[in-house]
Unconditional design. Structure first.
Length: 150
């Protein structure tokens, strides 16, 4: 009788392990499960967006980054990820908006200033781009910045 109980318990734990291992099969499945379990966890939404980006599912990633920002509007990683995706798609106006909002979260971020400057430059707003650059590091990031008078 004991052996049968042990076998049943072993079977139950094996089935549970099999199910759990299926969740770790890939990032998208894992983070999708996490989002469904705790939908108010903005980090899970961002991580699902990152996993979707790796799979080339850009539109779904944008949705998930946006959901993370709906939950936590000052989530810098979500804001930057969304801005970068929009930037890569050529949706510069939207990207610039999100880079600007990221600067409100972390105003001294050289990375964010640089990304905003590059987006402004691609948009044709050279003066705006220069305004984002640190004059000391001007030559490192944006060669012609010294050519345009202020």
């Amino acid at each position: 009788m004991r052996t049968i109980v042990y076998l049943i318990v072993l079977f139950i734990f094996s089935a549970a392990s099999f199910f759990r291992n299926g969740l770790y099969r890939n990032d998208v499945i894992f983070w999708d499960y996490a989002v469904k379990q705790v939908p108010q966890n903005s980090r899970s939404w961002v991580n699902l967006g990152v996993a979707l980006m790796r799979k080339g599912r850009v539109h779904k990633a944008i949705y998930h980054y946006s959901e993370a920002l709906r939950i936590k509007p000052d989530y810098l990683e979500a804001r930057l990820n969304l801005a970068e995706v929009l930037d890569r798609q050529g949706r510069l106006q939207e990207a610039i908006l999100h880079y600007s909002k990221a600067l409100r979260i972390k105003p001294n971020s050289t990375e964010v200033h640089n990304k905003l400057a590059n987006a402004l430059k691609r948009q044709g707003n050279i003066r705006g781009a220069i305004g984002q650059k640190d004059p000391v590091n001007c030559f490192t990031y944006f060669q012609p910045c010294f050519l345009i008078p202020t």
